[in-house]
Design a protein around this ligand. Structure first.
Ligand code: IPM
Ligand code: MN
Length: 366
């Protein structure tokens, strides 16, 4: 019995989580079951009580096996408060040091990239999730004056970089346990390589932080002889993600760049309706979420795409060690996606609840 904390959140969060939970319940069996606890850590509660997420509540989250998150953000709350005090507080407090974002274009899903298909867009971004610019270190000098200086520091410890890079190397190895990555050259395959790790940085400008990242990657490479090393500057990465996404297998990057490039990546895989992510602490409690946000204009209309939230469930099960069940969900999700007109809210050809039901129906037939 897995204890799952469900933070449905704000806006369309509860609607997509509703469908995700349907799917979760549909895969219950003698071997696997879930005890779900709804937690109202969201903007509505904050407006009513002034409470975001208390330290006790954060502590309590550590007692679950995993967390399923809808979306947090409220039109009546100043941007930044809920993000910092609920989402980032959880990521930091539970030391979810990896933000894992698979980028996969499914057949029949529209991509704005001309001439690219599901054969070309299939990679993973490993975003560092607890350091860098997100640590909130900085200062104002002469605040409000014409000589004002604002500082925001990109801080990385070697330990933070090492654990992230190690996870990324392992992701390459796990991804290609059975079949080597198809982007390898013949000679690479002959030399025993099975996949590629791309460090996405900015060594030409961020000469301290990415010097450290590059050194860590180079040093760790000897423990992963089957992985081909690659480096791209983040600006060039944006070009390649559009022009030649097939050149990527696993990308590892810092928190800020990871945030930005995964939105670009998401749009190439069909947009926010389908992109899911995991905030992972390999030794602790991880949290899975659709990465699309609260979509206030669609709230309550039964028109939002639940596929990203269902994707979050798929990732969660994979993480909990049930890759067989996770694969079943992915197959079912893929089959339903074939029938949809679009991944865009209100243009899907089906309602949110219909799509959840359809995935459940598929699950019952596979
Ligand atoms: C994300 C989001 C968050 C981030 C925001 C909401 C703080 O954009 O999960 O990518 O910047 O990490
Ligand atoms: Mn983001």
């Amino acid at each position: 019995m897995y204890k799952i904390a469900v933070i449905a959140g704000d806006g369309t969060g509860p609607e997509v989580i509703n469908e995700a939970v349907k799917v979760l319940k549909a895969v219950e069996s003698d071997a696997i079951s879930f005890e779900l606890t709804d937690l109202n850590y969201n903007g509505t509660r904050y407006l009513e009580t002034g409470v975001t997420l208390t330290d006790e509540e954060l502590e309590n989250l550590k007692t679950y096996d995993a967390i399923l998150l809808g979306a947090i953000g409220h039109v009546d709350v100043t941007p930044g408060i809920l993000e910092r005090d609920i989402l980032l507080k959880t990521r930091f407090g539970l030391d979810q040091y990896i933000n894992l974002r698979p980028v996969k274009l499914y057949p029949n899903v529209y991509t704005p990239i001309k001439n690219k298909t599901d054969q070309d867009i299939d990679y993973v971004v490993v975003r560092e999730n607890t350091g860098g610019l997100y640590t909130g270190h900085g200062k104002f000098e002469d605040h409000g004056t014409e000589n004002e200086v604002a500082v925001q520091e990109m801080i990385y410890t070697r330990k933070q970089v090492e654990r992230c890079v190690k996870y990324a190397f392992q992701t390459v190895v796990n991804r290609h346990q059975e079949v080597p990555w198809k982007g390898l050259s013949e000679s690479e395959t002959q030399n025993g390589k099975i996949g590629k790790l791309t460090l996405c940085g900015k060594t030409n400008v961020l000469t301290y932080v990415f010097d450290l990242w590059q050194r860590v990657v180079n040093e760790m490479a000897k423990d992963f002889p089957s992985v081909v090393l690659d480096y791209v500057h983040v600006d060039a990465a944006c070009i390649y993600m559009v022009e030649s996404p097939e050149r990527f297998d696993v990308i590892v990057t810092n928190n800020m760049f990871g945030d930005i490039i995964t939105d670009l990546a998401a749009v190439t895989q069909g947009g926010m309706g389908v992109a899911a992510g995991g905030n992972i602490n390999p030794e602790g409690v991880s949290m899975f979420e659709p990465i699309g946000g609260t979509a206030p204009s669609f709230t309550g209309l039964n028109q939002i795409n639940p596929m990203a939230a269902i994707g979050a469930v798929h990732m969660m099960l994979d993480h909990l060690g049930h890759s067989d069940v996770a694969t079943k969900i992915e197959v079912a999700k893929k089959a339903v996606i074939q029938k949809m007109n679009s991944m865009q809210a209100a243009q899907m050809g089906y309602s949110t609840t219909e799509l959840g039901d359809m995935v459940v129906e598929e699950l019952n037939t596979v």
